[in-house]
Design a binder for this molecule. Sequence first.
Ligand SMILES: Cc1cc2nc3c(=O)[nH]c(=O)nc-3n(C[C@H](O)[C@H](O)[C@H](O)COP(=O)(O)O)c2cc1C
Length: 150
Amino acid sequence: MSKVLLVYASMTGNTEEMANLVEKGLQTEGVTVDKKDVIDVDLSTLEEYENIILGAYTWGEGALPDEFLDLYDDMETIDLSGKTFAVFGTGDSGYAIYCGAVDLLEDVIKEKGGKLALEGLKVENCPEGEDEDRSIQFGVDFAKALKVMG
Ligand SMILES: Cc1cc2nc3c(=O)[nH]c(=O)nc-3n(C[C@H](O)[C@H](O)[C@H](O)COP(=O)(O)O)c2cc1C
């Protein structure tokens, strides 16, 4: 069965909560999940996995969290073709660039030849109610996309 690396950054817990829900969705489909805080992930970790989900909150003015910057820079240096990704994040629509970190990560994945299995999922602050369900479904959908691709 497929194995997925799930990398997240979270300062106040919203994105970590979302990561837990995405993990739950993956697990219901029988996927083994290695969930890691981005501070524990480097280029060599990324290279070990074919299937990778990235989750980040947005900081500054539509920026990546500081703790994601090293990994982002590393991603810019390698060929991501052959890897399948999906990106999620939490943000606050009161800011000018809502969940910009999701767009930044999707852009580097595309630029470096990675495949995006799903459209990025953006959630307003803490995933509750419908957003909780959508987060679990995101994990389910990623697992299903992997099965379809074989
Ligand atoms: C200083 C600051 C800047 C922020 N900038 C943005 C932003 O540009 N766009 C956005 O969508 N959310 C922005 N946010 C909101 C956070 O991304 C949001 O609260 C998120 O859910 C926090 O995730 P976490 O609990 O995982 O740390 C900002 C929050 C703070 C405190």
